[in-house]
Write a new protein. Sequence first.
Length: 434
Amino acid sequence: MEPAVVAIIIFSITYIAIATEKLDKTVIAVIGSLLLILFKIFTLNEAAGYVSWETIGLLFGMFIIVTALSDSGFFAYLALLIAKWLNYSPNKIFIFFPLATCVLSAFMDSITVILFFASLTYELCRMLKIDARSLIITEVILANIGGSATLVGDPPNVILGLKLGYHFNDFVINNGPISILAGIAVLFYCYMVSRKSLVPEGKISIKELEQMDPGEAIEDKRELKIALGALGIAVFFLITHTFIEKYLHFSLTIPLATMIPAFIMLLLLREKTRDIISKVDFKVILFFIGLFVVVGGLEHTGVINSIASSFTDLFKDNHAGLLSVLIWGPGLASGVIDNVPLALSMAYVLGNMVKFAGVPALSIMVWAVSLGADIGGNFTPIGASANVVACASMEKRGYSIGWGTWLKLAVPATIIALIISNIGIFIKYITGFY
C-alpha cells in the first residue's frame, strides 16, 4: 500500500475517533502517531521533526502561569469582585461577566476561565432567582470570540501563528479589531434576546449576597501576586520580544517569553512548585505532540501539497470566494469537530498554497482561518473545549443547559460573529491592511 494512502487512513481514523469523543483524544492522537512510525511512514526522528516544539513551549509556560492563578483563587475573586461592584444587578452582570471572560480568554486558557465563571455564575443566578443558562452560554461565546484576538488566546491561533511565522502583535493588530466588533455585536444580540430571563422569579436574599466576600476567595495572596506578575511579564515579553531580540540581542523566542516568567515564578513560590506542576494539564500537551505527528504524516507523504494544489486550482484568482470559504469552512466544521486538528491541517494547507500562483497573501488567509476556527466552535455545545466544560459543570449541579437552549441562542450569535469576521476580512483585503 502506498505511504500516502496509509497516512490518509491513519489520519482519517484518528480524526473521526477524536470527533466522536467516545475515547480519550490524547490516547487516540498518540496511537495514531505510533502507527505512522510502525508502518514506516517515517522514523521516530523524522516524526519528532514535525512537532512544533515552539508551540509546546508556549503552551507549557502559559499552562504553568494559569494553573498558579487558578490555584491562588484569582478567578473566583475576580468574578465576585465584579458582581459586588455591579451591586449584584442581573442586567449589569449579564453585560460585564461575558466581557470579563472575553478579555481574560485573550490572554489565557478559556477552559480555566469558563470553569470558574460558569460555577460562580450559577451560584449568583441561584441567589438572584434568575435563569443562569443564557448568561453562561453568552460567557462561553464571548470567551471563544475573545480567544481569537491574540496568539495565546486559543490553541488554533498558537498553531497557525507559530507554524506560519506570525507573532502576538500580528494577531492583536489584525484579528483584534474584528474580534472586538464581533464581541460587541454578539453581546448586544444575546442581551436583547435574553433580557426577559433576567427578571427575578422570587424574593432575593440580600443577606446571602452580602455574606459573599471576594477577599475570602483568595487562597494564597502571595501566590496570587507572583502569578499575576508572571502573567504581566509574559504578555510584555510576547509584545516586545522582536524588539528585544533586535536591539538587545537576546534570543527571546516566543516559547521563552512564557517559560522564563513561568519558571521564575515557580522558583519564587518554592513549596508550592510541586503542587502547581502536578495540576498542569500535561494531557493537552501530549495531545498536541501526537497530533503534530499525525498531520505531519500527510505533509511527509505529499498529501497536503496535493490538497493545496487542488484548492488553489478551484479558487484561482477568486480571492473573495477563497477567503469566504476559509472563514465559513473552518467555522462550520468547528461546530462539530475539534478545532485544534482542523487548525493544524489548515496550517499545512495554507503553507503549501502560497507556493502556487493565484492565491491571496498568506497573512490574510491565516486571519480568515483563525477567526473561522475560533468563533465557529460556538455553534454547538461540543464545538470547543470551553463549551464542554461549561455544560459538564452545570450537569454536575443537576442543571442541564441542553442542546436546544444552546442552539437557540448560540447559532444566530455565531452567524452574526462570522458575518462580521467575513466583512472585516474583505475590508482588510480591499485596503491591503494585512
